[in-house]
Ligand binder design. Sequence first.
Ligand code: GUN
Ligand code: ZN
Length: 428
Amino acid sequence: MQKFLLTGHVLRFDGVDDPDCPAWIDSDGAVLIDGGHIAAVGAAPALRAAHPMAQEVAYGAHLICPGFVDAHVHYPQTAIIASWGKQLIDWLNTYTFPEEARFSDPEYATAIAQTYLRLTRAAGTTTVCSFCTIHPESVDAFFTAAQQAGQRVVAGKTCMDRNAPDDLRDTAQSGYDDSRALADRWHGVDRLSYAITPRFSPTSTRDQLAALGALWAERPDLLMQTHLSEQLPEIDWVRGLFPDARDYLDTYEQFGLLGARGLYGHAIHLTPREQSRLAEMGAAVVHCPTSNTFIGSGLFDYTGLSARGIRVGLATDTGGGSSFSMLRTMAAAYEIAQLRGQSLHPARLMHMATAGSADALHVGDKIGTLAAGFEADIAVLNLSSTPAIAQRAANAQDIWDLVFATIMMGDDRAIADLWIGGRRTGTD
Ligand code: GUN
Ligand code: ZN
């Protein structure tokens, strides 16, 4: 099999012990790809000499980094991204639910799944963790599209058996049965993984939460994804629906839906008890910064929650989030931290969008890092992709200055190339 040697600036996470700046950049680095995996990462001259038969792909001043990992998205919301004027509950009822009802049509689901994955690849994203709709067909469509592209993805059938339109409700039993059948069909096939997916506690009865908790107990190898404490009116609603619960997290905990393989999207307005339990259980929360500003939810406490030892993934939350791009999402994470008086280093932002999200998804030993043995999902960034960025880049003091300009101002045009599972796919 032909080996490839990618040369240029290489983003590395190994050998650094600075929590504020958890990465370094080898300006004359190389990544050796052999089949679907990375065989070696190191200095370009040494790897060139050691592997003379490898075909070199010289990226010059571009940055070679792991493909981005988006830890919380709703692919079915692709066509309603950037819908005006509503906060969470009204936004769901006005825009989201009518659109999600269209996914009973497998052809529509397939078309949107393909469009969504093409848009995210164009933005340098190689892995996503997606909610689907209540229709099993929407899960089949998404996994099929990802499988055809060779992508590592996580997805699950969204379960809702109350507080949703008639055509978007399942039952406790059918939610359990369909989730179980879909996990049997897809989990572990190629690079696909299944996540049990109760949308959020307002749209599931106790019976449904208990049924999905039972499924997780039977299948502890699966991830579980949901939403937690996103917006204050939502939290009030949860309090009314679950008067016995200690807090929002308890509405999951009571039904066996709190665990280390749990992913809790948003998690903005957490009580001290919720924070302690998430940390004790080793669960992950997912920061969705463009969504949290767009829907008006609040300022996620990245620094505080990380300091408590809670794992944090980074995500677009398309289409509550206003972008498909993890560059734009890193920029929004930076801005939200600034509003809390904290400045996230570009190395931290790049880590969040790659290894950090991969860790949240429990695949941090497979993707998200450029190192030997990892799967070869790689994005190549042009750090001078537009006139505005190029003029700023010309004035950069160091490499992080350069990277930061692309984080803050970059878009699809910054994605110079893409490799998925060792195949050079480009960005379509
Ligand atoms: N809470 C429950 N469902 C959703 C959703 O689709 N998007 C967001 N942002 N929050 C939710
Ligand atoms: Zn969401």
